[in-house]
Structure formats: structure tokens, C-alpha cells
Ligand binder design. Structure first.
Ligand SMILES: Cc1cc2nc3c(=O)[nH]c(=O)nc-3n(C[C@H](O)[C@H](O)[C@H](O)COP(=O)(O)OP(=O)(O)OC[C@H]3O[C@@H](n4cnc5c(N)ncnc54)[C@H](O)[C@@H]3O)c2cc1C
Length: 500
């Protein structure tokens, strides 16, 4: 059934109204619900989630070994202590989120199986109307809300990104994207080639290596990794001293955030020294004779793309033991038996896993209108990577890439609640961010600075995303260390906020 057929299937019933609607029950949406309940207890709210349960990223991804690539002290919320090892499995993250939901009685506020396809703002009514369909029945639904808190993530959940290579249709085996990993995929005693160089590839390879006949990691170009033990010495020491878990969480977070700031600073100030340190970590597992230069030395300076933490250096151990191997080369084409490389060498495979990334989704692939005029987000300018010029009463949680995503969930949670309470005090029902006269000739730049951060999924879709200016209000810096001071200090009566 096509989307339009689904959409046309039934007439939406009377709308239910909530002061605030959160779209998505991933780590962002659950965090948003918590903050609103805590800081704006009078506001009614609902979280609308297209899937049948919470978790988003951690629910969707089912590939072997799925785990976080940043630590859970900072990927966890500031308000709920993390008590496990720093790198967590998807199951552990789902369990943590489940506890947040039950401990804070958020369950009754979440509607699962509610996929939204349109959001229309009416200036006459000063509210959004959201329409969508129920996953189970295909029945239409309609909600209205004063404020839309977009927590729908940043990539299309239904399908990952797989480049087109010549001859893919000739390949006799299976081609699998990790985002849609079949539960019954039989890889035991098979030859598997995993294409990719990011955190996902580095997770899948060691997770399946022992069961496969052989696994080859095939990458076009290398990535930086930080191998280390999956433990946090400071947290463990504090626990030995019987410090309360809420303190352990807070102190460990502070330490990690401080250490990450140092790495970020050094990636700009002394990239070569940092690079050598990172490569030294890999060399410690693979020995002096391994060709680190070819397979693990990226052409970019550290931190232009996310650096994945590799617990216990498991992928390097797999390579060192011979269960897995790594090939760094261009693909010429797929053949019936596997992949022919540019050098002419053929990698035989029964299964090819394309850990080649995401398709970016701009605001949940929802059709947005303001007074029936479609919104083209690429024509809007972002207010600090969270609101958009000309789009009233709406904020998108776009988290950090360089630090844990969730740090921004908490920071923007405080901001939205402050904004909503401010509007209440002012008796305002509408807030829009607007360019000021002094912003008129401001150069408009891409959503994120590619010199600063440039993963493939962003570079492929940058033209669809809102623009950014060159003044602090219109920047999207991805800099937690600056924003942690700047966002709480925002003057809500400044001229870039227009209230009615
Ligand atoms: C494999 C993997 C590992 C990662 N590891 C880390 C990590 O270790 N650290 C880190 O900081 N980041 C990591 N990330 C990035 C990660 O996606 C974010 O950190 C975070 O989980 C995103 O949370 P979210 O709630 O914003 O979005 P998502 O997790 O994407 O959840 C969004 C939810 O919104 C729902 N939704 C979307 N559109 C609609 C709609 N139209 N109607 C209704 N519901 C809708 C979706 O169904 C989904 O449940 C990882 C990403 C992946 C893919």
C-alpha cells in the first residue's frame, strides 16, 4: 500500500488536544517528557511514537553486538544514574530507558504505533494539527497542540544507506544492511564481507567473527578508533568508597566531559600528536609489523568524524587472531561470488554486510505547513540548531555528535521548559525566531560546518537541512562546552524571539 493510499484510508476523528506534543519515544523524546513533567507540571503532553515500543535507535538496530559507541555516563540522562560499564548494549540502554519511563510514570503519556505524516500550523488558531495513521489498524488520527517538540532523530529508520555498486544484482549471496538485520540471518561457517569503516562495522565484525568461516572488513578509507577497557576507573573507585550512585554519576560525567573537551581542543591545537596517540592505541593490539598506515590512518584530522570507542579493542583482537581481516581498497564491482576490488583481487563472500551509513531524514519525513504553505526547511535559518525562522512553536532536538547526543537532550529540555514558562508569564501563545534587521546581509552557511564535522550522511543531505548564519544566535556549533553556558543564559526577550 502506498503512503497516499494509507493516508486516504479513513477520515481522522475529532482531534485530541495537548499543550505539548513530543514526536518520537527515543532517548530524546523520553528525556523531553521527563523534563516537561518536572519543570512544567501544569502542561498536558503526549509522546507520539510510530513504533510499537520506546527506544528509537536502540529498538530498531538488531545487528549482532549492537552497543553504544560513547559512554553511558554522558549518553544517559543527567537525572538518572548509570550504574553499568560505560559502553552498553542496546538491551541495557532499553532497560535504562524503561526504568526512566516507569520511575517517572511517563508510560500513560506515550502513544505507540502513532506515525505522524503531517503537521500544520494555523496562525488563526495558534496551534499545530498533527495527522497520521495507527500502525496496527491503519486508522487515521489527529492531535492538536500548542507546542511541537520534535524528537524524531536524524535518520530514516525504515532503510539504511547502501551505495549502488556495479554488478550488485549478480551477487548470488545475501546483501544485508545492519539497520534491517534479519533476525534469522544464518552466518555460521559462512564467509562474510562487511563493507564500512565506522562504529557499526567495528561492532559487527568482532561480534560474528568467532561463528563465521571468515570475516573481512572492507573499507575504502580508515577511521580513528579509541581502544580501551570497558570500565571507568574513577566511577569504580568512587563506588569502592561507597559514594552514593547519584554522586558517582555526576562526578564521572564531569570527568568524562572534561576529558572529551581536552580531546576536542587537542584535535584542533595538536592534531598530529593526538593522531599518533590514537594510532599507538591500535598498534598496541596489532603489533609493530601490522600496516597501521594503510588500514588505520585516516586522511582527516581526528574528530572530523565521530571517533568510536572500541571496548577491549575487540575488533583489533579479532584481526590479530586471524578470525577477521581488513582490506582497504576501492570496490570495482560485485560478482556472482563476491566483490572484485580495484586491484583485481576477489573477496569471496556468502553474505555482504553494507555498514555504509544512514539516509538523513529532515524532521521525520513529515509534511510541514504554516497556514497551508509548505515549509521548505532548507530555506529556513536555524536558531542555534534547535528552532527555525518562520516556524512557530516548534523545536528539534538535534543532539551532539562529538559529545553524547543526550547532553543536548537535557540542555534543550531546560530551554524548552524555560521558554514555555516564559510564554505563560507573558501571556503569549506564539513564539517564532526571526532574523533581525542586523541579520539581513548575514552570509548563510550549511547546517553544520563541513570543515568541523563531515560524515557522509550529512554531506549527502546538507542541501535539505536548514541553513546557519555566522552570528552566535544563528550558529549550530555542536559545541557542548560552549552551549552548556550559553543556552541557560539566552535572553528570551531578545529581538530574535517574536511573541504574539
Ligand atoms: C547504531 C547506532 C549507535 C549509536 N551510538 C551512539 C552513541 O553511543 N552515542 C551517541 O551520542 N549517539 C549514538 N548514536 C546516535 C543516536 O542515534 C542518538 O544518539 C540517539 O539515540 C538519537 O535519539 P533520538 O531519540 O533523538 O532519535 P531516535 O533514536 O532516532 O528515535 C526517534 C524516534 O522517533 C520516531 N519517529 C520518527 N519519525 C516519526 C514520525 N513521523 N511519527 C512518529 N514517530 C516518529 C522513531 O520511530 C523513533 O522511535 C548512535 C546511532 C546509531 C544508529
Amino acid at each position: 500500500m502506498t503512503t497516499s493510499e494509507t493516508r486516504a484510508r479513513s477520515t481522522p476523528p475529532e482531534a485530541e488536544h495537548f499543550d505539548v506534543v513530543m514526536v518520537g519515544a527515543g532517548i530524546s523524546g523520553i528525556g523531553a517528557a521527563y523534563h516537561l513533567k518536572e519543570q512544567c507540571p501544569e502542561k498536558s503532553f503526549v509522546v507520539l511514537e510510530g513504533l510499537e515500543s520506546f527506544g528509537g535507535t536502540w529498538l530498531i538496530h538488531r545487528y549482532p553486538g549492537i552497543r553504544s559507541d560513547s559512554d553511558l555516563y554522558t549518553f544517559g540522562y543527567r537525572f538518572k544514574p548509570w550504574i553499568g560499564p560505560p559502553i552498553a548494549t542496546a538491551e541495557e540502554i532499553l532497560c535504562y530507558m524503561g526504568e526512566v519511563i516507569s520511575e517517572n510514570a511517563l508510560g500513560p503519556h506515550i502513544r505507540y504505533g502513532h506515525k505522524i505524516f503531517s503537521a500544520s500550523w494555523s496562525n488563526a488558531e495558534k496551534r499545530w494539527t498533527l495527522e497520521g495513521t495507527r500502525a496496527e489498524t491503519g486508522a487515521a488520527f489527529r492531535f492538536t497542540t500548542n507546542f511541537l517538540w520534535m524528537c524524531q532523530g536524524y535518520y530514516r529508520h525504515s532503510q539504511g544507506y547502501t551505495p549502488r555498486w556495479k554488478g550488485m544484482e549478480d551477487f548470488a549471496g545475501e546483501i544485508i544492511h545492519p539497520q534491517t538485520w534479519p533476525e534469522d540471518l544464518e552466518y555460521r561457517d559462512k564467509n562474510v564481507v562487511v563493507i564500512g569503516s565506522g562504529a557499526t562495522a567495528a561492532t559487527v565484525v568482532p561480534a560474528i567473527a568467532a561463528d563465521c568461516s571468515h570475516v573481512t572488513l572492507l573499507q575504502r578509507s580508515p577511521t580513528y578508533f579509541i581502544p580501551g577497557r570497558n570500565e571507568n576507573e574513577l566511577a569504580d573507585r568512587l563506588r569502592e568508597l561507597e559514594i552514593d550512585e547519584s554522586w558517582v554519576h555526576e562526578i564521572t560525567r564531569k570527568q568524562i566531559i572534561y576529558d572529551q573537551a581536552e580531546i576536542t581542543r587537542r584535535s584542533f591545537d595538536e592534531p598530529e600528536v593526538l593522531k599518533e596517540e590514537l594510532l599507538g592505541g591500535v598498534r598496541a593490539f596489532l603489533g609493530p609489523d601490522f600496516d597501521i598506515e594503510k588500514h588505520f590512518t585516516p586522511v582527516y584530522r581526528p574528530w572530523r568524524q565521530r571517533i568510536a570507542f572500541v571496548p577491549d579493542g575487540d575488533i583489533f583482537q579479532g584481526i590479530a587472531s586471524g578470525q577477521a581481516s581488513i582490506v582497504t581498497e576501492e570496490i570495482d564491482r560485485f560478482t556472482q561470488k563476491g566483490i572484485r576490488l580495484a586491484s583485481g583481487e576477489v573477496l569471496e563472500a556468502d553474505i555482504i554486510v553494507t555498514a555504509t551509513g544512514f539516509n538523513l531524514s529532515v524532521l521525520g519525513d513529515i509534511d510541514f505547513t504554516v497556514d497551508d504553505e509548505p515549509i521548505d526547511f532548507s530555506k529556513t535559518v536555524t536558531y542555534r540548531g534547535m528552532m527555525f525562522t518562520g516556524v512557530p512553536n516548534m523545536l528539534w532536538i538535534f543532539g551532539y555528535f562529538r559529545a553524547s547526543w543526550t547532553l543536548r537532550v537535557d540542555l534543550l529540555g531546560d530551554f524548552v521548559c524555560r521558554l514555555l514558562n516564559h510564554m505563560e508569564k507573558k501571556n503569549a501563545t506564539k513564539v517564532t525566531t526571526v532574523l533581525r534587521p542586523e541579520d539581513e546581509d548575514m552570509p548563510l552557511l550549511p547546517w553544520m560546518d563541513p570543515e568541523n564535522f563531515n560524515p557522509g550522511y550529512l554531506m549527502r543531505s546538507m542541501h535539505l537541512l536548514p541553513r546557519r548564519g555566522d552570528k552566535p544566535e544563528w550558529q549550530h556549533t555542536q559545541d557542548y562546552w560552549a552551549e552548556t553556558h550559553e543556552i541557560p543564559a539566552i535572553d528570551l526577550d531578545a529581538n530574535e524571539f517574536d511573541y504574539e
